[in-house]
Design a protein around this ligand. Structure first.
Ligand code: X5A
Ligand code: ZN
Length: 659
């Protein structure tokens, strides 16, 4: 099986540069590439990646997307003098030619194709290509917005042709609309194109009517073009996450792509002069992490924009670190999308209602016993460092942004070790778990006795406690931060989870826990505790509620809550299958810095292996056919949703029932 992350960088792509003065184009500088690479080096990420060389894209490959005329014009600029270059450049909206531009653009195309080849041939799992010039504004017959050839579009056509792919997802998180990519694929149902972009009711460049949410595609491609326009600046982490939960991800899982390509512009990040947005670098870790759960992990990230060098570099690092499988950093700031974002989300959902089944996913019937109190949450939320940071991010001021990135990223990027997962290995062979799982010995009876010393007597009898040896030893390692996450077999999963909770509060520092019960029985009432929220997946839930439940409810609530430990209890006789549980675990790695404690009652080998794989960040098995919930269920539960979204703001995806 493929493993590893490809990194493509070629210094030659820094030779393309602006030779005259042009206040529009002067932000697209060579340092965007070199300083991002330096940043990757300084975090020791370069050495962890598989280096893949760039190559020139062939003329034939460029012609997959572009006209011969466009290719010939581009080619002809190689021998031009400055005056001629200036004259040709003027023919386009926001583009500059340098004598090396054609060569660089061919390298950028080739780099994208090399990445597709490395991923599709199974040489690596995923990867990133640092390229210049960018591509997503470039059209069949025109350069535009710093882009000459559409690297990502060519990569998608190439993947279709060479590997016979029938479904490719392009996620364009650059802050500008990739109108070039939209034009190229708008009639093509085999490429699902998603773009969010600063729009401001058509005020913002490229100021096109067709960048709005109602451009859903044409002909056979109807429903496969998704535009999420941002009508205000200052969008932040919660707005981006809400867009993923309520628009992109449900669609993407229904589409079930064979390959995901990211038009990866970081001008949507904090500090960028073009975007004027507020999203911090670690949001890109989350976005990347979500996309890694699609297409069996086949993810190609290709650089587009990003003009604040520091912000760009940190965000690139966050992306690559996540591709490598490192724990996902905790997201900062208030977890509530703004009104304007919710409006945009509602509009794009409405525009796509005819084309996607997922729009009916409001079902929460399987979830009961959402036990929490707001005032306790607020208290738990007020950790001084996050408060400082959100204040800084709310204040869009250049000096503060610089300082913020300086302090904040030091905390986030450096101390996080690669994922370590613990499991007990008494009864299994050494090849049972994926290679990064660390096997530990169970605690012996006297140790457990010393540890618990009658403290849990109200919960369980001592004999039962003694059977929880593997549970205790794994939990202990997580609480001591010796490992990031772990899996323990237990004869009584729900009870173990309850004891684990109590233990974490008493002996650990965990004060905000998210508990997910996938058990027949609910956990004991006596365990109720102000330091957690608990979501129960009821036994009569049907498998086809999975995505509605996870994307429409569990993740938004979990991200609103921001736990520092996730406990997932998996009992026997559950309705949720192995692939569902594994995907849920994989998605939950986005919370609590990937700190997850999984207690499994059913010790079926394939279940244990699959969950362990999800914990270490290996790709999860395909989920299978998407079946949406029935309309009946949807209606029944709407009221429940309305009630919850006052408190759990990330649930908001429409204005009328949300605010
Ligand atoms: C790739 C990219 C932006 C062009 C802005 C022109 N292009 N005003 O971010
Ligand atoms: Zn851009």
């Amino acid at each position: 099986m493929a493993s590893g992350t490809a990194l493509i960088y070629d210094e030659e792509m820094t030779t393309h540069k602006l030779l005259w003065s042009d206040p529009i184009c002067d932000i697209e500088v060579p340092e965007r590439l070199s300083s991002s690479y330096e940043q990757l080096r300084s975090y020791h990420l370069v050495e962890r990646c598989v280096p893949v060389p760039a190559r020139e894209g062939s003329e034939e490959e460029i012609l997959l997307v572009h006209s011969l005329e466009h290719l010939e014009v581009a080619k002809s600029t190689q021998t031009m003098n400055e005056e001629e270059l200036k004259r040709v450049s003027k023919n386009y909206d926001a583009f500059f030619f340098h004598p090396s531009t054609y060569r660089c653009a061919r390298l950028a195309v080739g780099a994208a194709l090399q990445l597709v080849d490395a991923v599709m041939a199974g040489k690596v799992h995923n990867g990133m290509a640092l390229v210049r010039p960018p591509g997503h504004h470039s059209q069949r017959n025109a350069a535009n917005g710093f882009c000459l050839f559409n690297n990502v579009a060519i990569a998608a056509e190439y993947a279709k042709l060479k590997y016979g792919l029938q479904r490719i997802l392009i996620v364009d998180w650059d802050v500008h609309h990739g109108q070039g990519t939209q034009y190229i694929f708008e009639e093509d149902p085999s490429v699902l194109y998603f773009s969010w972009h600063r729009y401001e009711h058509q005020e913002f460049w490229p100021s096109l009517r067709e960048s709005d949410y109602d451009a859903v595609g044409l002909g056979k491609g109807k429903g496969f073009n998704v535009n999420l326009p941002w009508n205000k600046v200052g969008m932040g982490n919660s707005d981006y996450l809400a867009a993923f939960f309520h628009v992109l991800l449900p669609m993407a899982f229904e589409f079930d792509p064979e390959l995901v390509i990211v038009s990866s512009g970081y001008d949507s990040g904090i500090g960028d002069p073009e975007g004027q947005m507020n999203a911090t670098p670690e949001v890109f870790a989350h976005l990347t992490h979500f996309l890694m759960q699609l297409a069996n992990g086949k993810l190609c990230v290709i650089l587009e924009g990003g003009y604040h060098l520091k912000s760009l570099g940190e965000s690139v690092c966050m992306t690559v670190k996540t591709l490598l499988g490192d724990p996902v950093p905790q997201i900062t700031g208030e977890m509530a999308p703004c009104l304007s974002a919710v409006e945009s989300i509602q509009n794009v959902r409405a525009a796509h209602k005819p084309y996607w089944k997922w729009l009916a996913y409001e079902d929460t019937s399987f979830l009961q016993n959402l036990s929490t109190k707001s005032h306790l949450l607020k208290k738990a939320n007020s950790n001084p460092s996050t408060e400082d940071e959100s204040q800084i991010t709310n204040n869009n001021n250049t000096v503060k942004v610089e300082r913020f990135l300086e302090l904040h990223m030091k905390n986030i990027l450096l101390p996080m070790p690669p994922i370590k997962t613990a499991a007990t290995g008494s009864e299994v062979s050494e090849h049972f778990f994926p290679e990064h799982v660390q096997l530990v010995k169970e605690m012996d009876k006297t140790e457990i006795k010393a540890l618990v010393s009658g403290f849990y007597a109200d919960l369980v009898k001592e004999e039962t406690l003694l059977s929880l040896g593997s549970m205790f030893v794994i939990l202990d390692k997580i609480l001591k931060k010796e490992v990031c996450n772990g899996i323990a077999a237990s004869p009584t999963a729900a009870l173990s989870a309850a004891v684990a909770l109590r233990h974490s509060v008493r002996f650990g520092l965990q004060r905000k826990m998210l508990v997910i019960n996938i058990c027949e029985k609910e956990q004991s009432r006596k365990t109720s505790c102000k330091h957690y929220i608990s979501l129960n997946w009821k036994e009569d839930a049907e498998g086809n509620d999975f995505f509605s439940a996870v994307l429409g409810f569990i993740l938004p609530v979990a991200y609103s809550y921001q736990p520092n430990l996730t406990v997932i209890a998996v009992g026997p006789n559950r309705s949720l299958g192995i692939s569902g549980i594994s995907l849920l675990v994989a998605l939950l790695r986005g919370l609590a810095e990937s700190r997850i404690f999984a207690v499994i009652e059913d010790t079926e080998i394939s279940l244990m292996q699959s969950i362990a794989k999800a914990l270490v960040g290996a790709s999860t098995p395909p989920f299978g056919i998407y079946v949406p919930p029935t309309q009946e269920k949807v209606n029944k539960i709407k009221a429940l949703r309305d009630q919850f979204q006052q408190e759990w703001k990330m649930l908001q995806c429409s204005v009328k029932d949300g605010i």
